[in-house]
Design a protein around this ligand. Structure first.
Ligand code: ADP
Ligand code: MG
Length: 481
């Protein structure tokens, strides 16, 4: 089959669960992992006579995400009812935004192996989650947990600008990073805080018109999304090549079989009968609030990436690692307030500080050693007082145990200060050469790799404190005579 003669076209509907304390339209808690049906007031249960009240935090978070993505904010927007019957939706409808969503347009730039590309955003709207149905029960019944019913979501709808599973991956990672930077969501895919519906179609390369698309529902891990996309693309091409026509459908992905399959027709035949939500007035955003949200935006991932690359001249690898989490980037920026050894500071963070936090399962804010002390450590290495190896392997761990002690004092007490005093070193080297006349002659006759032997002897004689660079240089000079 000529798979390479087709192009994949993908558009995403990303659901972001917001990190608010309470639900979208009532005061019930949103906390994940509570025992089933413990965060359910009559509002979450959809009792008649209850009235929704909008959570301002949801509005704030929607606007902040929109501003970060360069969307236009709809200063007057409105809620609608999306009606359908399902056991985990006791109200019989979801409150969403159909006609007038809060944000329009915008873009998220992604980077893949083939470079940078902007993925356009169609719109962002606010909505509420439904409850959760649990089908894996021991008896002939399902269970319903309404803790999630009414939890605030943003749905970010992309234009069909994505062309591969790799691009989807990059888009989702970028979205996860952004919502975490903004503090609007924890972006945790396993816990369902970030999920996506993937719309997939294929078209012959060079063709303008899009092919008919299928929508794969509720993928809650990137691994599943990649597998689902690859399977679905192949399925559509095979079908077209065998003379079939792709029909617009809603699909489910089964991680067990790795296949997509149509949801039952009834579930697919949606007629949501949207109508304006009568219990909520149109939402009017004030210019003051908009300005305030704008001012409150943190430095965004791409802004920090640019800063680290340009101001501190770091290579792309370091930049990406240090900006993955906002906390790390801010830690780095704090560290370089205390030192001009920008690259060494990045190395120290990447090789020691971040791995330590990872292993100890602590956040960077709980890292015991201050930026000033870390800067002093870097200076000790730079001036040759402590070798890089000794600093990383011995001094750094010692600093973790005694965060308030000056690295120089610790290095002294651990006997790590290198003899870089050229005079003292020279006499050691002279002694080593005098003690090894045979090796000296062989070296001078051309056996240049004996330099390793001499280095070893000098190290031994100096008890490991000789500065390797200087030793090497002096040895070569003296042996050449
Ligand atoms: P609706 O779900 O209301 O029909 P749209 O048709 O606007 O909404 O699109 C929903 C999602 O499907 C968007 O993410 C959009 O980018 C994507 N999409 C639309 N057409 C295609 C297509 N031919 N191939 C792949 N994705 C598409
Ligand atoms: Mg849709």
């Amino acid at each position: 089959m000529p798979y390479d003669q087709y192009e994949t076209v993908i558009g995403l509907e990303v659901h972001v669960q917001l990190a608010t304390q309470s639900k979208a339209f009532c005061g019930d808690a949103t906390a994940f992992g509570a025992p089933p049906n413990t965060h359910i007031s009559p509002l979450s249960m959809g009792h008649p006579g209850t009235l929704p009240r909008l959570n301002q935090k949801q509005v704030e978070y929607a606007i902040k995400l929109g501003l970060a993505l360069g969307s236009k904010i709809n200063m007057v927007n409105a809620f609608d009812r999306k009606n359908y019957f399902y056991a985990d939706l006791p109200k019989g409808y979801q409150i969403t935004q159909d006609r007038k969503p809060i944000c329009i347009g915008g873009q998220l730039k992604i980077t893949t192996e083939s470079g940078e590309k902007a993925i356009r955003i169609h719109h962002i709207h606010m909505e509420e989650d439904a409850g959760k149905s649990i089908h894996e029960t021991s008896g002939p019944y399902s269970q319903i947990d309404l803790n999630r019913a009414g939890v605030p979501l943003l749905e970010v709808v992309s234009e069909p600008d994505l062309r591969s599973a790799e691009e989807v991956d990059a888009f989702m990672s970028g979205m996860r990073q952004l919502v975490r930077y903004l503090g609007v969501s924890d972006g945790n895919m396993e816990q369902g805080s970030l999920r996506c519906d993937v719309n997939v179609s294929v078209r012959p390369k060079g063709q303008q018109a899009f092919g008919e698309r299928c929508e794969i529902k509720n993928l809650n891990s990137m691994r599943y999304a990649r597998r689902a996309i690859r399977y679905e693309v192949k399925r559509q091409i095979d079908w077209i090549e065998s003379g079939g026509e792709v029909r617009q459908q809603t699909l489910n992905f089964d991680p067990e079989t790795g296949r997509t399959s149509p949801l039952r027709d009834k579930e697919d035949a949606h007629d949501y009968r949207y109508f304006p939500e009568p219990d909520l007035p149109p939402l009017v955003i004030s210019a003051d609030d908009l300005r305030r949200y704008h001012q409150e935006l943190p430095a965004l991932p791409w802004q920090l990436r640019e800063r680290l690359a340009e101001e501190y001249d770091l290579p792309a690898y370091d930049v990406n690692l240090l900006t993955e989490e906002q906390e790390a980037a801010l830690f780095y920026l704090e560290l370089v307030q205390h030192t001009e050894l920008y690259k060494a500071a990045a190395n120290l963070m990447i090789n020691k500080v971040l791995p330590h936090c990872n292993e100890a399962s602590i956040s960077l804010s709980a890292f015991p050693v201050g930026a000033d002390q870390l800067a002093r450590l870097l200076a000790l290495i730079e001036t040759g007082k402590v070798s890089n190896t000794a600093a990383y392997q011995q001094l750094f761990p010692a600093m973790l145990n005694a965060p308030d002690k000056k690295p120089l004092e610790l290095a002294q007490s651990l006997n790590l200060i290198q003899t870089s005093d050229a005079g003292a070193l020279e006499s050691i080297i002279d002694q080593v050469i005098a003690d090894n006349p045979e090796e000296t002659t062989r070296y001078q006759k051309g056996k240049k790799n004996l330099i390793g032997f001499f280095m070893g002897e000098v190290m031994k004689a100096s008890r490991g404190k000789a500065d390797p660079k200087l030793t090497n240089q002096l040895l070569r000079e003296k042996l050449a005579k």
